[in-house]
Design a protein around this ligand. Structure first.
Ligand code: IMP
Length: 421
């Protein structure tokens, strides 16, 4: 039966999706990214090495696995070329198993300029964007002004580029009269387009559907997380794409009828980078302890991540929106050494206890259930039976609350630090 499984984040991104895609990719013939762009940072550790991928799918390290950058992704040609160079320097030949959609939109240097100007204009209400030009590129896509990978093969590409750049400068100049594009950045952009043209750019929707017809299973790799989704996230503090399961069909050109499993990845606690509400955030030494033990600093921007307890109200919402069939719990090892652990099971909203996610998340006060912690180091654990009983109770509590099985528990960044339940 032809099928695609989706793997996505259930929180505010940084759940550890890259590691899981890498671990699971041996069971799939194709890994396909369906949204986002270089705002993502998917970190993968193996053989004592660490790689951070931003746009390229996390199956790239397995030669036999084909990798697709789908139409829903936005590509910054300069960063993309750098990623290819990093892979080549490490001995990989990404051009052999990488396919890029002709319909994917391009991030121009002037999109980054717009991103910075928009954040500056918002002042203290800024989104905390990664400033990679993501929002303005998706704005041009829905505004029907954008440039796509396929355009770089056309003779009038430069003309179209300059027209769009002028439009962007016209928007920015009233906010910042000196705004301009650095000529070096522009040169780098055009040079990087040669790299893009040399790669395998095609109608990936045909490629993917053909693979499924041949019985080859596909893994659709999400970026960011459900709570950053443009529809269901904590708007306006969200990214500009559909990070949820529905985004996989639109961002790859595959039918909902092909979707089999939806694997939802979450951390045993919660983190967030950038601005926006975060009910279970810990601004005390417990939050700092989680940040230190979990090395919670952004893989794309290096910013310290905000840390807090696991929010089961938000997790349940994400399970519902995505139709999650399997949960995968990451960074369980980070929670070793706490006497007790809080799980948010309700929100107090306008003096009423509720288990639903409201539109305005900044109004709610979290209500917790407290479970016992554990002290054992989990990073060497290879068998589920050897996990401490308070952790097994923690897992069981989450399964009961979400009515969804946890099929995988991660106890460290390495491929081998993965327990299948
Ligand atoms: P943008 O996607 O760069 O516009 O950023 C919008 C919001 O999403 C900001 O709060 C970012 O910090 C957040 N964000 C974007 N990409 C990621 C990611 O890959 N992980 C975590 N947060 C992200």
């Amino acid at each position: 039966m032809p099928h695609t499984d989706i793997l996505l984040g259930l929180q505010w991104g940084d759940e550890g999706k890259g590691k899981i895609v890498d671990v699971l990719s041996q069971s799939y013939g194709v890994v396909a990214r369906f949204q986002g762009g270089p705002n993502a940072g998917h970190t993968i550790h193996f053989d004592g090495k660490k790689f951070v991928l931003h746009t390229i799918p996390s199956g790239i390290f397995r030669e036999e696995c084909q990798n697709v950058v789908g139409n829903g992704v936005v590509i910054d040609p300069v960063r993309f070329e750098q990623e290819i160079k990093n892979l080549r320097a490490a001995g990989y030949q990404p051009e052999k198993n990488l396919h890029i959609s002709l319909r994917a939109h391009l991030i121009l240097p002037s999109h980054r300029l717009l991103d910075a100007a928009s954040e500056k204009a918002k002042g203290i209400e800024k989104i905390g964007s990664t400033l990679r030009g993501i929002g303005p590129t998706y704005m041009d896509k829905t505004g029907r002004n954008g440039l796509r990978v396929g355009d770089v093969f056309q003779a009038d590409f430069e003309q179209k580029y300059h027209r769009l750049k002028r439009k962007h400068l016209d928007i920015v100049r009233p906010l910042d009269a000196d705004a301009h594009i650095d000529p070096n950045e522009e040169d780098a952009f055009f040079a990087a387009l040669d790299n893009l043209r040399s790669l395998n750019c095609l109608n990936t929707e045909y490629f993917l559907n053909q693979k499924m017809t041949e019985g080859i299973p596909i893994l659709a790799e999400g970026a960011q997380g459900t709570l950053l989704d443009i529809e269901f996230g904590t708007y306006p503090f969200v990214t500009s794409s559909n990070t949820t399961a529905a985004g996989a069909c639109a961002g790859l050109g595959i039918s909902p009828r092909c979707i089999r499993k939806v694997m939802g990845v979450f951390k045993a606690y919660t983190t967030r980078v950038g601005s926006g509400p975060f009910p279970t955030e810990l601004l005390d030494e417990t939050g700092q302890k989680i940040r230190d033990q979990g090395a919670e600093y952004g893989s794309t921007t290096g910013r310290p991540r905000r840390c807090g307890w696991l929010d089961l109200v938000a997790l349940n919402y994400a399970v519902m929106i995505n139709g999650v069939t399997d949960l995968m719990m990451m960074k369980s090892d980070v929670l070793s050494g706490f006497d007790s652990l809080n799980l948010c099971t309700n929100y107090l909203n306008n003096n009423t206890l509720s288990s639903q996610m409201p539109m305005e998340l900044d109004q709610v006060v979290p209500h917790y259930t407290t479970l016992n912690g554990w002290n054992q180091d989990l990073t060497q654990t290879t068998q589920t039976e050897h996990l401490p009983s308070p952790l097994l109770k923690y897992i069981d509590f989450i399964q009961q609350f979400t009515q969804t099985p946890i099929s995988l528990v991660s106890v460290g960044p390495g491929r081998e630090q993965t327990l299948f339940l």
